[in-house]
Design a protein around this ligand. Structure first.
Ligand code: ADP
Length: 448
């Protein structure tokens, strides 16, 4: 097993990874920008290295600085967390070439799944159902209009190099598609330096259902169940839960079998997530994330498996310890992403946290980077904490979530806790009756 791991990330995920490393007796190296000198992940780590200026480009995305820090501290392995370089195939490859272990999938799988057009084509070959779509990058308005006629409106544009909901525009008519394509290509170019955009049928009432997998280097595949991440704003997840309130056991089994076969065919390694939209009894693959997911704790709560620990063990060449194929969950878990932002305008709200009280009690877990007196810097992602609850039943989990949200105090900055409180109080949430469009609809209609 590794003696020392460098965590190439910041914030709550860096703290999360540190915690598992310490439980495994592994020393940690925190890296940080000049803006993060007093961040919690730096305070907790065994040692820390400043890798550059505040802008991510100069620090958390600075590959030479990260690898120098690993060299300097004699770290044996690098955990990328999520965001930043976690899905950068080049980073994984260089890390390995320099003799460090990359705690993640094979670089070729990161590259394959990083291109959504290729990912969908590959998923089809693996027998995964996909959404009707262009299946290739669209190069002209005429081509888009012709494809849209075949697919049928409404249409959604998506960036091949996409992520974070960027490049997604919905068009209900040919006229709207002309504009949508142009806006999507511009957005894709600006965000990813790659303007390739493809088309998909826009589904009007789907749920977002994803499957967590773990695969070792001995050919074993383990499915850790699904997560329902349908509550989203601007295609970004806000609340996630497991099991999905929408699935039957037999739908689940069929889905898990298909995903297992895909993993085996790929020869996938490490933790990964297959994302699907689910509508009218049908699953449609949309993408695969070749990394730890923000919402991984809900799976940990119902399976009792520490996914970060498994990632580390897999990277060290160990066999999966859970070989009974599909892990059967116990109880129900829900996660709320706590963002430093105005709960009504959604404008980021960095600044000094004056008061901080995290809820506790039965079935409550908080993964957070906050502490009283900490200043949230304005340069990075606004997710500063996650509240995760567990209950024997969904009903108990929902009641616990409401209670924990009541207790949660973060002052000095604005957070979306008030929005979560309102959302958790709605009847639709209580019943589990929602789709990927529900949250935006509630906001538009003034219910939240
Ligand atoms: P990203 O990588 O940018 O997050 P995804 O492909 O994972 O993009 O999609 C993010 C979300 O966008 C999905 O969870 C879903 O809510 C919405 N979405 C994606 N594709 C479609 C589609 N064809 N129809 C309706 N909504 C979609």
């Amino acid at each position: 097993m590794f003696k020392k791991i460098l965590i190439a990330n910041r914030g709550e995920v860096a703290v999360r990874i540190h915690r598992t490393c310490r439980e495994m007796g592994i020393a940690t190296v925190a890296v940080h920008s000049e803006a993060d000198t007093s961040a919690l992940h730096v305070k907790l780590a065994t040692e820390s290295v400043c890798i550059g200026a505040a802008a991510s480009k100069s620090s958390y995305l600075n590959i030479p600085a990260l690898l120098s820090a690993a060299e300097l501290t004699d770290a044996e392995a690098i955990h990328p967390g999520y965001g930043f370089l976690a899905e950068n195939a080049k980073f994984a490859e260089i890390t390995q070439k320099l003799g460090f272990t990359f705690i993640g999938p094979k670089p070729e799988h990161i590259a394959l799944m990083g291109d959504k057009i290729e990912a969908i084509a590959y998923a089809k070959q693996c027998g995964l159902p996909t959404i009707p779509g262009s299946g290739r990058a669209i190069s002209s308005v005429e081509e888009a209009l012709a494809e849209a006629e075949t697919i049928g409106y409404p249409i959604i544009t998506k960036a091949a190099a996409g992520g974070g909901g960027k490049g997604m525009k919905v068009a209900h008519s040919a006229q709207a598609l002309r504009t949508a394509l142009h806006v999507a290509q511009t957005e894709a170019k600006a965000n990813f330096g790659d303007d390739r955009v493809y088309l998909e049928k826009f589904l009007e009432t789907p749920r977002h259902i994803e499957v967590q997998v773990l695969c070792d280097s001995h050919g074993n595949v383990s499915i850790l169940g699904e997560r329902d991440c349908s509550l989203q704003r601007r295609h970004q997840k806000i609340i996630e839960e497991t099991p999905s309130p929408a699935l039957t056991d037999s739908q689940r089994e069929t889905l898990f079998q298909t995903v297992t076969a895909a993993c085996q065919k790929m020869g996938y390694l490490g933790a990964g997530t297959f994302e699907f939209l689910y509508e009218k009894g049908q699953f449609y693959f949309i993408e695969m994330n070749t990394r730890l997911q923000v919402e991984h704790p809900v799976t940990e709560m119902v399976t009792g498996i520490d996914i970060v620990s498994e990632q580390i063990r897999i990277a060290a060449g160990e066999k999966l310890r859970y070989l009974h194929n599909f892990i059967h969950p116990r109880g129900h878990s829900i996660e709320c992403r706590i963002n430093a932002e105005d709960p009504e305008t959604f404008i980021p709200s960095p600044g000094k946290v004056t008061e901080y009280f995290a809820p506790g009690g039965p079935g409550v877990r908080v993964d957070s980077a906050l502490y009283p007196g900490y200043s949230v810097p304005p340069y990075y992602d606004s997710t500063v904490a996650k509240l995760i609850v567990w209950g024997q039943t969904r009903e108990e989990a929902v009641m616990r979530l409401r209670r924990a949200l009541e207790e949660f105090v973060v002052s000095g900055i604005k957070t979306n806790i008030p929005l979560h409180r309102k959302l958790a109080a709605t009847n639709a949430f209580h019943q589990g009756h929602y789709t990927i469009h529900s949250l935006e609809k509630y906001l538009k209609e003034g219910h939240l």
